[in-house]
Design a protein around this ligand. Sequence first.
Ligand SMILES: [Fe+2]
Ligand SMILES: [Fe+2]
Length: 179
Amino acid sequence: MDANDVLRHDHRVVEQLFRDYQAAESDAQRRGVVEILVRELSKHAALEEVPFYPFAAQVLADGQVDRHLAGHRPIKGLLLELDRCRAGDNAQDELMQRLASAVARHVQDDENELMPQLCAQADEQALRELGQEIDQGKQRAPTRPHPHAPDKPPALTLAAPVAAIYDRLRDRMQGRPRT
Ligand SMILES: [Fe+2]
Ligand SMILES: [Fe+2]
């Protein structure tokens, strides 16, 4: 799998989680889905921010990657609000709806714009190696949203590992899913 395949797969998982939320039959089930979604999307966004977008920035025209990165900010803001909800929270449904449309735009941007251009312009072997790095990075990526943290290297490269350790500690203490 190259980097595009790995990230596209993440997108499908997340879309399925939105459907699972709709299908859930209790507050506890819905909350369970939200917690998995927070985790999966936080990891996905973090791994796009490093190493995927910096790689893309080397290959593509100036400013293009910055626009994608800007699309992550509202998503992380919504994830943070969802992270703070409790089971049965009234705000949760509306936050999930807003998140679903923000994510749909993000998926279109990534899949219809960035990825085809990368396929055409980046070295195939480099894209495969990047895919491997992203896949392995999932073990160490932050699992919660950090909307106020830097989202570009070099600051991000320093902040992310510390955030990830802290997130995983909170995951353990709060009994969150740990996939
Ligand atoms: Fe993205
Ligand atoms: Fe993405």
